[in-house]
Design a binder for this molecule. Structure first.
Ligand SMILES: Nc1nc(=O)n([C@H]2C[C@H](O)[C@@H](COP(=O)(O)O)O2)cc1CO
Ligand SMILES: [Zn+2]
Length: 159
C-alpha cells in the first residue's frame, strides 16, 4: 500500500518557495517564489536579494532613513527574480507560489510573462497601495489568486 503522508503538489511547491526564502539576506522579510507549469513541472525559483554583483555586504538593508540608504531602491523581489530566472522557458499558463503577496511591480511582470494563477502564503501588506494596485490588475486581467491552505503545519528536512 502506498504512503499516505506524502506532500500534495501545493505543499511541495510552497515548501520549495519557503526553502528558497531561506537564501534571503534581508533581515526584515525573507520571500520565496516558485513557478510551476500547468503539468506540475518546476520552471523557476527566486528569493529577494540584491542584484547580481551588488554585494550583500556593501548594500544597505535598512527600512528607514535616507531612501538611498534603504534596501528598497535596490533589492529584487523574489517573484521578479523567479520570472527573470526562467532560463528561456515560457511561463504561459504557469502558477506562481509566493510566500508573500506580490507587489504591483511584480504583478506587472507576472501579467506580461503569462502567469495565470498566484498562490500566496502571507498577505501582510494587503493594506498598502502596492498590493491594492496589484489585485486591481490581477482582477482586470483574470489572474486568479488564492491563499495557501496550510494542512501540514511542519515539513521537517534533516540534513
Ligand atoms: N511581494 C514581495 N516580494 C518581495 O520579495 N519583497 C521583498 C522586498 C524586501 O526585500 C522585503 C520586504 O522588506 P520589509 O519591508 O518587510 O522589511 O521583501 C517584498 C514583497 C512585498 O510586496
Ligand atoms: Zn514585488
Amino acid at each position: 500500500m502506498k504512503r499516505e503522508d506524502y506532500l500534495s503538489w501545493d505543499e511541495y511547491f510552497m515548501g520549495i518557495a519557503l526553502l528558497a526564502a531561506k537564501r534571503s539576506k534581508d533581515p526584515g522579510t525573507q520571500v520565496g517564489a516558485c513557478i510551476v507549469s500547468p503539468d506540475n513541472k518546476i520552471l523557476t525559483m527566486g528569493y529577494n536579494g540584491m542584484p547580481t554583483g551588488c554585494h550583500d555586504d556593501d548594500m544597505p538593508w535598512e527600512r528607514e532613513g535616507d531612501p538611498l540608504e534603504t534596501k528598497y531602491l535596490y533589492v529584487c523581489h523574489a517573484e521578479f527574480n523567479a520570472i527573470l530566472n526562467n532560463g528561456g522557458r515560457s511561463l504561459k499558463g504557469a502558477t506562481l507560489y509566493a510566500t508573500l503577496f506580490p507587489c504591483n511591480e511584480c504583478a506587472k511582470a507576472i501579467i506580461q510573462s503569462g502567469i495565470q494563477k498566484v498562490i500566496y502564503m502571507e498577505d501582510k501588506y494587503a493594506d498598502t497601495d502596492a498590493v491594492v494596485a496589484s489585485k486591481r490588475m490581477f482582477d482586470m486581467v483574470g489572474i486568479t489568486y488564492e491563499a495557501y491552505e496550510v494542512k501540514h503545519k511542519k515539513i521537517v528536512i534533516e540534513l
